[in-house]
Design a protein around this ligand. Structure first.
Ligand code: HEC
Ligand code: HEC
Length: 352
């Protein structure tokens, strides 16, 4: 009895050892392939500083932002009154309870209008780690990005003037801007966008995958590790790399055209390049691709193999990669839903 137990534990020990060694190899392989964990602690501070300095990569980090600024940014993010109808907020399309998306193929904004290019809303979680923003990469800084949807007639349809009038007509907002930026603050459209961006910078979701890359071999199950290995061996890491497993501009439809290329008229930037979506929280951000044509991520994986790599990904391999994707679902920051001060008689009325 005693002997069997001993043999049993020896076998278990060996198995863990062998498995542990394989893990370490895979961690190294993943890192060599350009996959990076979300920086934390000192590494995060260094990353933020570098990003703030590096104008090419300045997607938004402001290392000096304060809690008062972040809280104010959160209010603006959730406030539908910065839309002309008083009905659409950033959270309408980038719902923080739903992986930062709206779970519809095409974004729907003011007057129930669909995006004219049939574009799908990307997640705002971890968007700070993208090198560029929007499907065609036209914005770098999250603050500049935020000015877009507020003015877009099919999103929030508000002019900069109207937004500033609405905010400054609510004394509690003016007080909060003073608290965040000092008594002499000039509340303009740019500052509103930049403040929203500060809140967005906090929308970071570390997961077990990060623990694994940081050297904890037990953070991923055996099946998830197999999926990660398949993801690397198939060549997905050519474009899905870095902290976000995406976030840079890459060619799309390299080997053959995308199956649903004719849904909407989006063709990428001037060079036909498309921003690679982050794969973090991919299990929550369906439907997939710029025009939201796939609901099952396995179909998106197979299509990627066919059109980007010229390979056939079989059902079993797609399933393995999907299993790995589960480990990219991160811990969301705890967000207390803000209470917003009421409008006053000076606040411009909603326009439908
Ligand atoms: C009507 C839905 C809608 C609303 C409202 C909306 N967005 Fe978006 N958002 C989108 C769509 C669609 C895109 C992609 C558009 C494109 O690429 O041209 C996008 C892109 C983004 C991106 C870029 C992410 C990436 O990976 O490229 C960020 C960040 C973002 N929005 C933040 C915001 C903020 C902040 C607000 C509020 C001020 C907001 N959005 C309001 C639909 C919306
Ligand atoms: C040559 C670059 C490249 C390669 C290689 C590549 N991808 Fe992509 N991937 C992209 C681009 C660009 C998009 C966005 C396409 C679009 O929607 O227009 C994308 C989109 C995706 C999406 C949809 C994400 C979303 O939120 O809509 C998934 C899932 C995905 N890729 C997985 C993979 C897998 C798995 C592999 C390997 C089999 C792979 N990709 C290989 C560039 C690439």
């Amino acid at each position: 009895m005693k002997k069997t137990a001993l043999i049993g534990s020896v076998i278990t020990f060996c198995a863990i050892n062998a498995f542990g060694a394989i893990n370490q190899e895979l961690i190294q392989k993943a890192k060599n392939s350009g996959l990076q964990p979300i920086p934390s602690g000192k590494a995060l501070a260094a990353y933020q500083l570098q990003k703030a300095k590096d104008t090419d990569l300045a997607t938004g980090y402001n290392p000096k932002m304060t809690q008062a600024q972040i809280e104010l940014g959160k209010k603006l993010y959730f406030d539908p009154r910065i839309s002309s109808s008083n009905l659409i907020s950033c959270n309408t399309c980038h719902n923080l309870a739903l992986g930062g998306v709206d779970v519809v193929p095409v974004a729907i904004g003011e007057k129930w209008q669909p995006n004219p290019h049939h574009l799908n809303s990307p997640t705002v979680y971890n968007s700070v780690f993208n090198s560029v923003q929007f499907w065609d990469g036209r914005a770098f800084h999250l603050g500049d990005q935020a000015q877009g949807p507020i003015q877009n007639p099919v999103e929030m349809a508000a002019t900069p003037k109207l937004v500033v009038e609405k905010i400054t007509s609510i004394p509690a907002y003016v007080d909060e801007f003073k608290k965040a930026y000092g008594n002499k603050v000039k509340i303009d459209f740019k500052l509103i966008g930049d403040t929203i961006a500060m809140f967005e910078e906090t929308l970071v979701t570390p997961s077990r995958y990060d623990d694994f890359l940081n050297g904890n071999p037990k953070a991923l199950s055996k099946q998830e590790q197999e999926g990660l290995n398949t993801f690397i061996d198939k060549g997905c890491i050519a474009c899905h790399n870095g902290i976000n497993l995406g976030g840079t501009m890459q060619p799309f439809g390299i080997v053959k055209p995308y199956e649903f290329a004719n849904v909407g008229d989006f063709k990428g930037d001037a060079n036909g390049m498309v921003k690679v979506p982050t794969l973090r929280n991919i299990a929550e951000t369906m439907p997939y691709f710029h025009n939201g044509q796939y609901w099952d991520v396995k179909d998106a994986i197979k299509e990627m193999g066919a059109i980007q790599l010229g390979i056939t990904i079989n059902d079993q391999e797609a399933k393995k990669i999907e299993t790995f994707f589960q480990s990219l679902t991160g811990t969301k920051p705890t967000i207390t839903y803000p209470v917003l001060a009421p409008v006053t008689d000076k606040t411009p009325k909603p326009i439908f």
